[in-house]
Design a protein around this ligand. Structure first.
Ligand SMILES: [Zn+2]
Length: 153
């Protein structure tokens, strides 16, 4: 069919569209109502050079775009799962010793209990003189137990 279809007249037009109008194979195919490969075949048989000087007119190097698209797709396929935040124990009743007056951070010494009282300014600390930071005991015995127990209570 293609041999008959591509008359001298059509080949001349194809050559004009391709070399002058810079039509792509697909545009030519649409124009003539044939397949793209039929256009490329006609180019090949008649020595018509497309705008890229190639018989096949890929507007961009093969592999470049698909690779990028693939990568984007991959990213989309794997939605980042946000790491679950560590379960924060609901603010419990803060153990405060009624027998000790809380102190500010400026009043902390190696001997004062560093158990934080409250979570907002002004930050206060237990302050009981029963800690020994140098010995690795930052809290008074009462808060030391609370610290070790953690959220088990
Ligand atoms: Zn304490």
């Amino acid at each position: 069919m293609s041999a008959k279809f591509w008359t001298d007249e059509r080949v001349t037009e194809l050559r004009h569209l391709t070399e002058v109008e810079k039509f792509t194979a697909k545009q030519c195919a649409t124009k003539f109502g044939v397949t793209r490969s039929a256009v490329i075949g006609a180019w090949s048989r008649n020595g018509i050079k497309s705008k890229n000087g190639m018989l096949d007119t890929h507007p961009r190097p093969i592999g470049e775009r698909p690779k990028r698209a693939k990568r984007e797709k991959k990213q989309r396929e794997g939605p980042r799962i946000l790491p679950k935040l560590l379960p924060t124990s609901a603010p419990r009743e803060i153990p405060i010793r009624a027998d000790v007056k809380p102190i500010s951070i400026l009043e902390l010494t190696n001997a004062t209990c560093r158990w934080p009282i409250g979570e907002r300014y002004p930050y206060l600390f237990c302050g009981a003189l029963e800690a020994d930071l140098e010995a690795g005991v930052p809290y008074c015995p009462y808060h030391f137990v609370v610290a070790i127990k953690g959220g088990d209570e």
